[in-house]
Design a protein around this ligand. Sequence first.
Ligand code: ZN
Ligand code: ZN
Length: 825
Amino acid sequence: MTFVDLILPIPLKKLYTYSVEKEMLEDLEIGKRTIVEFGRKKLYTAIIYKIHEKKPKNYETKNIISIIDDFPSISILQIKFWEWIANYYFSSIGEVYKAAVPSALKIESETKIFLREEIIDFENLNNNEKIIIENLKKHKQLSIKDLQKKTEQKNIIFKVNSLLKKNVIATKEKLSINYKRKIIKIVKLTSFAQDKENLKNIFKELEKKPKYLHLLMNYLNVSKFLNQTKTLNVEKKKLLEVSKISLNIFNALVKKNIFEIQNLEIGRLENSNNILKKPSELNDFQKKALEEIKNSFEEKDVSLLHGVTSSGKTEIYIHLINEEIKKGKQVLYLLPEIALTTQIITRLKNIFGNKVGVYHSKFANSERVEIWRNILEQKNGESSDDLKIILGVRSSIFLPFHNLGLIIIDEEHENTYKQNNPAPRYNARDTSIVLAKLHNAKVLMGTATPSLETFFNAKNKKYSIINLKERFKNIELPEVIIANTHIAYKKKQMIGHHFTQTLLENMKIALDEKKQIILFQNRRGFSPYIECMTCKWIPKCENCDVNLTYYQKENKLSCHYCGYTEKPPKTCKACESTNLKNRGFGTEKIEEEIPLFFPKSKIGRMDLNNTRTRKSYENIISRFEKGKIDILIGTQMISKGLDFDNVSIVGIMNADNLLNFADFRALERSYQLMAQVSGRAGRKNKRGKVIIQTTEPNHRIIKNVIENDYINMYENEMEQRKMFKYPPFFKLIKITVKHRHLGILERGANDLAKNLREIFGNRILGPEFPSIKRIQKFYLKNIILKIEKDKSTNKTRFFLQKAIDNIANYNYSKSLKILINVDPY
Ligand SMILES: [Zn+2]
Ligand SMILES: [Zn+2]
């Protein structure tokens, strides 16, 4: 008997074994997708991991239901990559599979509910149940989700369960297929009409029917049929639009055997026929850096390009990509955020045309599947439709590459490369290095402000390092000016609430010169919170332990963690005082204050709240580029690698917010953020200015920013990291315990920490509440494991799992949730 071990898209600790019927043996191959039943008659798409003859000891196997693929969808190399991720990040391979493959390729069954009998005894049913029955009568069968929508009831599962017990309804599983190929209708001349003589006769016949003739002429025109060269495909919909002729007339021509319709499957990927440009000439510094990178790849697999802001790193990438493509290799170009891609996509498409694909989890499922298929199906031969360069965010490391030559990780220091939830909690930058190894490919990381780990690896010669200190076109680094808000507050010199004299004066000069301004504020909303001036009461989220943020335009209070919103209170809910005030300030409040000083300037705001969609984000960027916005206010989003030519002033509204953040990376990140934001100032022709408002002008990080001294920041920070046993000297593993009840959480976290201390000793810290101790109704406590870098991952994992399993034996702990996050930063 033949068995297969399968990867299921669920967090199982082990692979699951199924048996295979004789007829399917021929089709078995590792990496193919199969459909199997698991658990309560639910169907899943599972991947064949191993084929063998060993019957599992502890359970009866089920047969696999079918094999979907003719060729493997997942390569052996990908499976190896998944295994590495599962092992390093302490997740299951099923979780990696779930994250890696677009859901449209993982057909899953959906539970449908239907009535057992036509005639129902309504006596035993309550009102809510009756509503469910009425809906099922009307629609025959419904999924849980649809039923919930139609009945507008909460806790529908609970009611469905009770109806199941009463034997009134039944369920069945139905496969839902999410991906459909896109078909368009094409108009062609029939073979009869294609004949020259016949066509002449048709013209004669139609002479007295001008509308018919008009339609036919239009077709001939658009399709270029008479030009004798290649006849172009004409879409039916377009032809009708262009001709402004009714469908009836079109159908009549079909009846007369003149037109026929063909179905054509088309890709969803955009294709353009633009004439491609050559990569632009590099300056001497760039040329030198390019040569150094290429030489470094002879010796090492990973290189760090440490180039100041606007030193033209992208141009260097483009030249490297070009060389890989000529060798027939694929290139993965990772970016920290999709928002950034707008400017870069255009640049790459101008040069590489249709070879560039963009991959992002926010894209429509079908679009992602087509990119997946395109990469999977390209074998060795060159085709002009083959995607060779994938531009994407972290999830694009999972695409089915088979001939990768180079991975570029732009802005490698950004924390968006790390996935925190759900598992696998991987870092795309670090896993990319493993991916490259599997392909024998090279990795290039680029940034002006390397993460300490990466710079440490470069200093220790694990990576090579290439410096690019000259800014492109000799643009000078901006002048950094400190505005001391401590003194300004004391002397009551703050203008409005948030502006120093220094900042306003410089803004005025810039606006008079028709230059643009960026104001950076790392808080969203109108003001972080509302406070009662009488009793100090602050409205909080009912699900999380956070203050609600106030949004003036929408007139609402909202929670950033769970999305909960409510109307702002008119009176204090504690003391009923009406003396409520906005405290602190966010981007929206600054937006409101500026017109007091600069009534004629046009203001734009960019933060997560108004850039939920890619379109709205692109819209703001493009308006700013075209000079339709004078002052752009934004959160960290504006620090991320955008290039604007006309910005002369960057204002950092409150540096203290950054410096005082409670996290071991706070100072490193403050430096990175301020240096990156500053890099947006002064691009062409003129030196820009950066104005930093802070109460701590002598803070060492502020000094490092003024002097543009990365090395000094690095050395000071590394001393701290070494002393307090933080990365890159030690490895961190964060264990988060969650429960709805505080008491159970405390008990579970304490017991787990105690178990862990027995094994790991003083390497265990906590348990402690995180800065927000309740999120979405769950209380949280963290336990930190700081472990020496040379300790074996497998052993650590083994002991950690043992301690967690041990907790599961205590009867109170059944519903305790325990999450593990490796390298949680
Ligand atoms: Zn009050
Ligand atoms: Zn909340």
